[in-house]
Design a protein around this ligand. Structure first.
Ligand code: IMP
Ligand code: MG
Length: 193
């Protein structure tokens, strides 16, 4: 006999942002990016999502940016199955597009310690990008250990400030699960203890 699995919603302590709140914020961020890259002398940006966490955010974001942009992904591994960052991540999947002389917008689910974003900015700089902006849905400034500088006239776009707790949903995972939740919530500590 197959034991029925409980709903993944049962593992959530509180919902921080509903699907409607997320979409509203994504539309605001997309409008800012559209505005900032619309000048006639600015080429359309290369939107680079950080896999896997940014996949839903990126999908909703690009559908609301009104520019002839291109899309690519990078993968940076730092977490494993724990909830505490292991420090400098390694880039395990490269961009396919040539970013030389291009304006890159790195799209992240969350900036926590800053290690991942800092590593990726340096990486894109070495590849010859002319600017690197960061667009993150969530920011946990209280946990920052690495201060990063954007490249060229790159900007920092940030959706919501996230409290210092482990959150999942809308792309964010714990041990590769919960990414498919349509909202972002706090995971019950007993799930990962
Ligand atoms: P950083 O390198 O410490 O800034 O961490 C960035 C990465 O850690 C993000 O791309 C996320 O994948 C992951 N991360 C950080 N905090 C959380 C969280 O609360 N839930 C899920 N993933 C997180
Ligand atoms: Mg991530």
């Amino acid at each position: 006999m197959v034991t029925p699995t409980s709903s993944i919603d049962d593992d959530i302590l509180t919902v921080l942002w509903s699907p409607e709140q997320l979409l509203q914020k994504v539309q605001d961020l997309a409008s800012k990016i559209t505005h900032d890259f619309s000048s006639p002398d600015s080429s359309a940006p290369v939107i680079v999502g950080v896999a896997t966490g940014a996949f839903l955010f990126l999908a909703d974001l690009v559908r609301n940016i009104k520019l002839p942009l291109t899309v690519d992904f990078v993968r940076a591994e730092s977490y494993g199955s724990g909830t505490v960052s292991r420090g400098a991540p390694k880039i395990s999947c490269d961009v396919k597009l040539d970013v030389t002389g291009k304006h890159v917008v790195l799209v992240e689910d969350i900036v926590d310690t800053g290690n991942t974003v800092s590593r990726l900015i340096a990486y894109l700089e070495a590849k010859g990008a002319s600017s690197v902006s960061v667009c993150t849905l969530l920011d946990k400034p209280s946990r920052r250990t690495v201060q990063f500088e954007l490249l060229g006239d790159g900007k920092f776009y940030s959706g919501f400030e996230c409290p210092d707790c482990f959150v999942v949903g809308y792309g964010l995972d714990f041990d590769e699960r919960y990414r498919n939740l349509p909202y972002i919530g706090v995971l019950k500590p007993e799930v990962y203890r």
